[in-house]
Design a protein around this ligand. Structure first.
Ligand code: PAP
Length: 334
């Protein structure tokens, strides 16, 4: 397995210690922030206009540390999403595409995505501050990172570096339903389950990890309009409708377009299948991430429109109304 996914027990111990130090360093700064009940963590804190988890690897504390210390490079690639908008899928697609030459002459069964969760293959930039020896980072160029940080809170060095950013958005009703199920899978550990009504109320008030939903999407969308060569805006729905076409566009944007020869050999379809819901959900049936989340929690239905099986018609209408109002004047309604 590549060094990308190799992570020793010793590394985790160092990261745990670094995380504890970061929690301690920022505790006075975040405890005064506005607070609301959380989804996957006890509380959410409002920082720079967005709700953040705390005491977690992707949290208000690690965002603050990332803003203070992270150094971006012009060649970096960042995959930005709101949780439950297709992060895992996008990580897999970009990892497989950008690193395709590294694995092309090896048996498919040895590809990291056939043995490991995409979250282990492509890290969140929020977690990079925990690493004392950034092995992943140094071993690969371009460096690939994911992030849930809203555009306006990105570390200045990312904004200044001129690096590329890919944003994936998903329709809010499916994000709500996906988040509701995910949160309840994890909540058993520390609290009662959320009811759908409660989740709906929190979502419509904007109180979700890294939300409000609409502000997060709008931030990247507008930045993408201003800087189209730097920021690519994708939707989960378009990606679902024609994955091969979207992936080809994505590869071009990332500076590694598929060649005619690769296309003729079926490379695009190979990556689409490798990263498809069917394959990844099978690979990730067992095991957990180092932070204790079961791998299978990231693979539920993988469909467009599943909200119809969960939300009431009235809930759907309310969300549509809010979305129409918040995205007024933008070509963003699905
Ligand atoms: P994260 O932000 O916490 O990493 P994320 O990967 O964005 O989560 O969201 C998981 C959603 O993506 C799930 O949606 P659902 O609850 O509506 O089913 C999950 O099923 C879906 N998903 C994961 N992998 C894929 C994939 N390969 N293709 C399509 N959808 C996927």
């Amino acid at each position: 397995m590549s060094s990308v996914t190799k992570h020793d027990l010793e590394d985790y111990e160092v990261e745990e210690a670094n995380l504890a130090m970061i929690f301690d360093r920022y505790k006075d700064k975040f405890t005064t922030l506005p607070k609301e009940k959380g989804w996957m963590t006890q509380d959410l804190y409002k920082y720079q206009g967005f709700w953040n988890q705390s005491r977690n690897v992707v949290s208000v504390e690690t965002v603050m540390a990332t803003q203070d210390t992270f150094q971006a490079r012009p060649t970096d690639i960042y995959l930005a999403t709101l949780p439950k908008s297709g992060t895992t899928w996008l990580k897999a697609l970009v990892f497989a595409t950008v690193n395709r030459n590294m694995y092309k002459n090896k048996p498919l069964s040895t590809h990291p995505l056939q043995t490991s969760n995409p979250h282990n293959c492509l890290p969140f930039v929020e977690c990079e501050v925990l690493r004392t020896s950034p092995t992943y980072v140094e071993a690969h160029s371009p460096r690939l990172f994911a992030t849930h940080i809203p555009y306006t809170s990105l570390p200045q060095s990312i904004l200044d570096s001129g690096c590329r950013i890919v944003y994936m958005s998903r329709n809010p009703k499916d994000v709500l339903v996906s988040l509701f199920h995910f949160a309840n899978k994890l909540r058993g550990k520390f609290s009662d389950l959320l009811t759908l009504e409660e989740a709906f109320d929190m979502f419509t008030r904007g109180v979700i990890p890294n939300g409000p939903y609409w502000d997060h999407v709008k931030g990247y969308y507008k930045a993408g309009l201003e800087q189209p060569t730097r920021i690519m805006f994708l939707t989960y729905e378009d990606m679902k409708m024609d994955t091969a076409k979207c992936l080809s566009r994505l590869a071009k944007f990332l500076g590694c377009p598929f060649t005619k020869e690769e296309e003729a050999k079926g490379m695009v379809e190979e990556i689409v299948n490798l990263c498809g819901f069917e394959n990844l959900s099978e690979v990730n049936k067992h095991g957990t991430l180092s932070i204790g989340i079961p791998n299978q929690a990231f693979f539920r239905e993988g469909k467009v429109g599943d909200w119809q099986n969960h939300l009431t018609t009235e809930m759907g209408r309310t969300l549509d109304r809010i979305t129409k109002q918040k995205f007024h004047g933008l070509d963003l309604i699905q």
